[in-house]
Structure formats: C-alpha cells, structure tokens
Design a protein around this ligand. Structure first.
Ligand code: 26Q
Length: 832
C-alpha cells in the first residue's frame, strides 16, 4: 500500500484557518454563521427558518468544539497516554448548544453576533431537541462524567448506542401517562459526524465448531446465522474551558443493502427485509423496569454496542503500533452497570479466538482492563439472562462464560475451600428454572475493581448483593460517590445565582467546587441574603410562568416550592408525599389552617410504560391536583402540579426554583440519587431519609440544615425480618387513618371509586416500602420545615450554607476518585 504523507498538524492552528473558521470574536462567529447558513444549510436569510438559524449556529459552534477535540486527540497520540473507555448503554447529555457556548466561553459574543443579525439567541437555544438516550440517573451520570473528564483532562472515549428513538415522550391525558415516540432526529442532528469508514461486523446466533488447525492449535469457529454492521457516529464533547473528548455511538445497519440472491430471484421485498431487521437493533431505548418485554432485542443491543466498542479499542491500540499484550496498560474500560457486562466475555472471545492469545494471558488482560460500577441493590433490577435465550443469540459467549465459571468455581473450591452453598451463591450461572447468567457476577469476576455509587450503597453492596465476593477479594471493592456537573446544573441552569456567587467569591468554584465554602462567611449577611432571596424569587416566577404555559395552572411564586422530580417508582415513594398533601387538604377542610404555609407541590417524572403501580401513582398525583387546584377553599394554600415529560431541559428549569427538595426513598433502596445534589446546589433545603448520597450530603451540610426523617437502612432490614404490620400504624395514627380512609372513599375518582384501591391495599396489607412506618416521622420533620420557613432570613441562611457545603458533590471530584482509585490515570492538568 502506498504510504500517505501526514498533513502537518500545525496547519490547523495556522492563522488562516484560525481567523476564518474557529475565531472566537463576535465578528468571526458572525462570519462563520453566515457561511454555514449559505454553504452548509443552503439558505439565504430571507428564506431561512428559525430551525435553519439554529442549525447554522450549531455548525458554527461545532467547528470550534472540533478544534479542541482534535488538539486533545493529537496530544493523547503523541504522548501515548492511557485512556478511559467508558461503556454505557445510556447517556443524557441535555441540549448541546448552550453548554458548548459556555465551555468555549463565547456565550456573550455569540449572543451579540446574533443580535446584530436581528436574531434572538435564546430562541435558537430553545430549538434544540435533546438526545434522550437514557432513562434517568444512570444516563445523566454518564454525561456528567464526560463533562468532567473533558474539563479536568482525563483522556477518554465514551461508547454507547445511537438509539433512533430515545426515552418516550410523556403526555398526560385525563391524568394518565401516555407514551409517544421520541423523534429527536427528525430535523437532523448537527452535533454528530457519521464515520462511515469506522464500522465493525457483528455476528449473532448460529453455532460453534471446535477445530484443530494444521499447526495443531485448538481453535473455535463461530458460524453465525446473521451479521450486521455497526457504524460510528461521533459527537464531540468539550470540557469547561478544557479539553475535548468524544461520544461515539453505534448505529446498526445491514452489511449489504440487498441480499443479491433474493434480489436476483426477483424477491425484492425479502431483500429489503434484512436491512430492516438489522436496523431494528438500535431503533429504541428500553425503559427500565421492563424486564420481560423485548428481552432478545435488548440482549442484542448490549452485545452489539459492546462488540463494536471493543473492536474499536483494539483497532486504536494496534494503530498506535502496540501489541495486544499491553491493552490493559493503555485502556481502562469502565462498565456503567451490567448493561455492558457482556464485554468481559466478548474481550475474551476477541483475544482467544480472533487473536489466538492463550486463555490465561487473555484473562489477565481482561481483568486488568475492566472496572465495574454497580448502581442498584434492588434484586429485581439485577440483570440476568436466560440460558436458552443466550445460547440462541450468543452461542460462543455462552461457552466462554461456562469456561470462566468453571475455572472460577475450581478456584473457589480448591484454593479457597468454599462450601457447595457458597459455590452456588457465587457462580455465574444460576441453575434454578431454565437457568440464567448473573451479569453482576460476570462483571465482578471479570473486573479488577468494583464500586458502588455512595458510601452507604458501597457498604450495602459488600454486605448483601456481593457479600461473598467482598469476603473473597476485599481489595477489589471501593466506593466512588456520585457527583454532578456544576457547569450544567448551576452555571447553565441558574445564571442569576451563578452571577451572584461569582461576583462574591470569583469564578474558580466552577472548576473547584470546594471553593463554594467561601460563601459561608456571607450566610448571615442581610444584604447578601436579600440578593439570594430575590434570585430565588425570580427563578420561581419564571417556573411559575412555565407551569402556566404547560398546564394552565397558576402558581403564586410566593408559595413554598416543594419539589419531587425523578423517575416514578414505588421505592422513591412519591405516594408518601401525596399522603401528606391529602393530610394538609383534610386539615384545611376542617378549618385547621390558621398558620398554614402556602405550598406548591411540584412533581415530574416518567413511569416505565409497563409498571402499573407507578402509572397509578401519576394518576393519584393528578387526581389530588384536580381536587385541590380547583377548590377555592384550599387553592390559595395548596397547589399540586405534575409537569409532564421530565427531561434534562425541563430539569434545568425546575431545580433553580425549588425551596424544598424531596429525597424520601425507603432507606437502603436509592443507590445514590443525583437529583438530591442538583436541588441542593441550587439552594433548596432537603427533606430526606438516610438513603444513598443523602447520608453524605447531611454529613457535609450538617443536621441543622437538613430535615431528616424515617427509618434507617438497618432499621428497615430489621423490621422486614420481624413481623411488620403496616395496619398497626393505621390503627394508631389518627392522621394516617384519616388520609387512608379518604384515599379509599372514592372522593378522588368519583367516576371510578375503586381506582386507587391497589395503592390502598398494598399500603395497608403489604407496604414493601414502609410508607406507613415512616408517615409519622415524615410529618414531624415537615413541621420543622414549616417552622424554619416562618423565619425567612434563617431559611435563607440555611440555603446559603447548603450551597456552600456542596463542594464534595461535583462530578469533577468523582472523576478524580475514579482516576486515582480505579483507572490510575493522570489528568492533563497534573502532567508537565
Ligand atoms: C434493565 C433491563 C432491561 C431494560 C432496562 C434496564 C435498565 C435500564 C436503566 C435498568 C436500570 C436503568 C437505570 C438505572 C439507574 O438510573 N439507576 C440510578 O443510577 C444513579 C446513578 O448512579 C443513582 O444515583 C440512582 O440511585 C440509581 O437508581
């Protein structure tokens, strides 16, 4: 092959390109924008739509982001640096435009450039459809981590799936959730670049053949019954005034558009069918809590993206002129939950079958490459794949998993003297029923580090779900408490508060969140408090306008904004909140409302489409809303809002306006939570249980500035093992009895009086999430909230202290923890 001469990289930063394409002044931005509008979009201003303008601006910004990305890649390559490969089936980046403007530091000049052209930049920002490529916390966490890796300068590449339809759009009709497809790509996606030449073949099904080749080497051939191709779509990610990274998402395509044999026989439609079937793999994101439906496609999705990603890493590794023996020295591959855990078997397959590296060496490389992050303790959420299904889809991987399991069991038996009981608890295979593969065990055995996502969660992981493994390999386990991006969740979402903070303590806090502690001195300063309160008020007024627009309901911004936004799930206990609202309602109706604080309860979140109870909880919230919002005897004291279609974009609107943050999951269930951090960083006080990261937040913020209630994880465990009778609480607590009686009275749903019976009966007779047990404690804690709210200066002081003590919860800190504990990678910042 003819050697290609490399282009001199310095040309990129040469004066010509710089001024024409990537300059950051107002005039350069304006010129680029017009150029993109004419030559990229093919429009003259007269015929251009607002969407054309948005796209032209997006391309203008993307050019500048790419410059940083290319510069970073060059450095990684030149200095031969170790790189993090983050494998996640979900990402929720939120809209890119405003974030990239912020990262480049060109928000003002761009707004000015647009204004000179008579365009309102804010309006353009609103045009962007966000990529809803995740369900909730886990996907958003992945995106916060990309932001932080690029900000700090941890060399990274993130891999995932380019779902054509992301998380469903939620509409509320008659108080019920309805799901609509999310068409985020319908107007194109200016942020991505398709890399048609970067693609890999992916095989499914068929059988394996064990053969000895002419040299006497034993090998396995996998003869698949179908193949497809994964093509890379790259979105550049820019850190805050920092470095570049890439989000590489795979799209499934047919290898050949036409099956020519079928075509030649004239069966055109059969020929097209293959293309359609192949493309199905990356069609749609599965909602969580959908364990049963569509299982096969979900497994195929996971394998598809993992195989593409590992093949890509191997290509990149070899491209640098290295050998595979050193793969683990150059890549730290992080598994975001078990969704990509099949990577352990796939890397073994690639090394052993495709590259003929012997098993032991391959296993050593594999274990040293992977780290596994667990995000859940819920037994029903731990991934398992049925063996018959697995054999059908990935026959070679089943053999490899059996082999890993066999060797592991031997080791347990002969080196560690484990009992049969221990062996069956720890094995990768669960033999009950038709048999299944325990993906968390595969990930744990195949990784050198396993971490939980908050201190409590990591402890519980060692105590319960992965107990035997933690006994066996105590050093394998560690904790990395989750964090959030201060750029996305305060700088972008809450510009007014950001302005006040920066004016007071300088701008260093945006990359070193601990600097927020300097605000403590100001907590009791009346002038500062007034400014702080005024900003909250403005944010509340703005949310109020938004609520009016979306729901038609007026909310007085002087009310306390009590915010409960997250996925709808029984363990998160939105219905505990509702029981309290009903309690307040009944008190008002009885005339006990003299000192009552006017409150707006704001809910948002999606329920998995097949999760009956979660959907019924949404109906309950909206039914209570209908009852209260229209009742003039009540509605100057109470409002209940359900904001439909929660997303990153909506969240950015809600967090800055919250006074009180509801973090009321049953202790031991929420692995970490990150909404808790986002609300607190925006000055909300928290009412919460000792669950997930709440525990550490309270440690930082101090008990006096946090409204704690409820059983702790140990007490929950203890009660569960004992003889828990939820009905006892009904009998002994008058308020609870009144509320429960009202719930079943039919008053909330006269057209269908038994509508809420499933909730009522579950609480009274089963109550798996201990709502009845925690109700009284919740009310007592709420009484403290009301008392503190009565003294606004005191409340504001606590709000300032909350923000000042949030330094620990930056995703920058989390990434530093991953880097030092797991990845052993230095940031650019720490390198000469
Ligand atoms: C599994 C099988 C089939 C289909 C879907 C799924 C699936 C998809 C997504 C299961 C779970 C998820 C997402 C889980 C998640 O978001 N967990 C949250 O992760 C956050 C980040 O660590 C934590 O803060 C939350 O506590 C945790 O609930």
């Amino acid at each position: 092959m003819k050697e290609r001469k490399a282009i001199n990289f310095d040309l990129l930063t040469s004066k010509t390109i710089k001024s024409k394409r990537i300059g950051l002044s107002k005039n350069d931005i304006k010129d680029s924008f017009l150029e993109n509008l004419f030559f990229h979009i093919g429009r003259v201003p007269k015929g251009a739509t607002i969407m054309d303008y948005y796209q032209a601006l997006a391309y203008t910004v993307r050019d500048r982001v790419f410059k940083e990305f290319v510069t970073t890649v060059k450095r990684i390559s030149d200095e031969d640096l170790r790189v993090v490969a983050y494998l996640s089936a979900e990402y929720l980046p939120g809209p890119h435009l405003a974030n990239n403007l912020l990262s480049l530091g060109i928000t003002e000049q761009t707004a000015a450039a647009m204004a000179e052209l008579g365009i309102d930049m804010e309006e353009l920002i609103l045009q962007e459809e966000e990529p809803g490529l995740g369900n909730g916390g886990l996907g958003r966490l992945a995106s916060c981590y990309l932001d932080s890796m690029a900000t700090i300068g941890i060399p990274s590449i993130a891999y995932g799936i380019r779902y054509e339809f992301g998380i469903f759009e939620q509409h509320i009709k008659n108080g019920l959730q309805e799901e609509y497809t999310d068409k985020w790509l319908q107007y194109g996606n200016p942020w991505e670049v398709v890399r048609s030449e970067i693609g890999y073949n992916i095989m499914f099904g068929g059988s394996t053949k064990h053969v000895t080749d002419s040299n006497g080497n034993f090998t396995v051939n996998w003869i698949p019954d179908s193949k497809l191709r994964g093509t890379a779509y790259d979105t550049p990610i820019l850190g805050y005034k920092g470095y570049g990274s890439i989000l590489r998402l795979w799209r499934a395509e047919a290898i050949d558009t036409f099956d020519f044999s079928a075509y030649n026989k004239g069966d055109y439609y059969k020929a097209v069918q293959e293309k359609i079937l192949s493309e199905n793999i990356t069609k749609v994101l599965y909602p969580n809590d959908e364990q049963e439906t569509g299982k096969e496609l979900r497994l195929k999705q996971q394998y598809f993206f993992v195989s593409c990603s590992l093949q890509d890493l191997i290509r990149l590794h070899l491209l640098q002129g290295r050998i595979l023996d050193t793969l683990h020295e150059k890549f730290a591959i992080q598994l975001n939950d078990t969704h990509p855990a099949i990577a352990v078997a796939e890397l073994m397959r690639l090394l052993v079958d495709d590259y003929q590296i012997d098993w032991d060496k391959s296993w050593n490389i594999t274990q040293r490459c992977f780290g596994y992050t667990n995000h859940t303790l819920l037994p029903e959420a731990l991934e398992k794949w049925s063996i018959p299904l697995f054999r059908r889809v990935l026959p070679r991987h089943l053999e490899i998993i059996y082999e890993i399991n066999h060797r592991f069991v031997q080791e347990l038996k002969y080196q560690h003297g484990c009992s049969d009981e221990q062996l069956s608890r720890m094995a990768l295979i669960d033999h009950s029923g038709e048999g299944s593969i325990r993906m968390a065990h595969l990930a744990t055995v195949g990784s050198h580090k396993v971490n939980g996502v908050s201190a409590l969660h990591s402890e519980l992981l060692k105590k319960h779900v992965l107990y035997d493994f933690a006994q066996l390999w105590p050093d394998k386990f560690c904790n990395v408490t989750n964090g959030i991006s201060p750029r996305r969740f305060i700088a972008l979402s809450n510009p007014l508060l950001t302005g006040l903070i920066t004016e007071t303590i300088g701008s260093g806090w945006l990359t070193d969140l601990k600097e927020l502690s300097k605000l403590e001195n100001m907590a009791e300063d009346p002038t500062f408090q007034n400014k702080w309160m005024a900003i909250k008020q403005t944010n509340k007024a703005s949310l109020s306008d938004h609520i009016k627009l979306e729901t038609g309901i007026s909310v007085d911004p002087s009310m306390m904004f009590d915010v409960h936004v997250k996925r709808i799930h029984e363990y998160k206990r939105q219905h505990l909140n509702v029981l309290n609202i009903l309690h307040l309602y009944l008190q008002i109706k009885k005339g006990n409302n003299k000192d009552m604080i006017p409150m707006a309860f704001i809910f948002a979140g999606k329920a998995a489409p097949g999760y009956f109870m979660a959907k019924l909880i949404i109906k309950l919230i909206t039914a209570v809303g209908d009852l209260i919002n229209q009742d003039t005897e009540v509605n100057d004291k109470l409002k209940v809002i359900f904001l439909p279609d929660f997303s990153v974009k909506k969240a950015q609107h809600i967090y800055p306006a919250a006074d009180l943050s509801e973090q009321i999951s049953m202790a031991g269930k929420e692995a970490s939570g990150t909404g808790n951090m986002k609300l607190s960083l925006n000055g909300a006080l928290t009412i919460g249980t000792l669950d997930g990261a709440n525990v550490e937040m309270m440690e930082e913020i101090g008990m006096d500035n946090f409204f704690l209630f409820g059983l702790n994880a140990e007490e929950v465990q203890h009660k569960k093992q004992g003889n828990y009778k939820p009905g006892d609480h009904y009998v002994h607590n008058l308020h609870l009895r009144e509320v429960m009686d009202f719930l079943i009275s039919g008053a909330l749903s006269p057209e269908n009086p038994k509508l809420f019976q499933p909730i009522y009966e579950q609480l009274l007779y089963d109550d798996p999430y201990m709502i009845m047990a925690d109700f009284e404690s919740y009310l007592i804690s709420r009484a403290k909230v009301y008392e503190e709210w009565g003294n606004q200066s005191n409340w504001t002081k606590k709000s300032i202290i909350n923000v000042a003590r949030m330094g620990k919860f930056s995703s920058d800190r989390s990434i530093q923890d991953y880097s030092s504990l797991i990845w052993k990678i230095d940031s650019f910042q720490n390198r000469p």
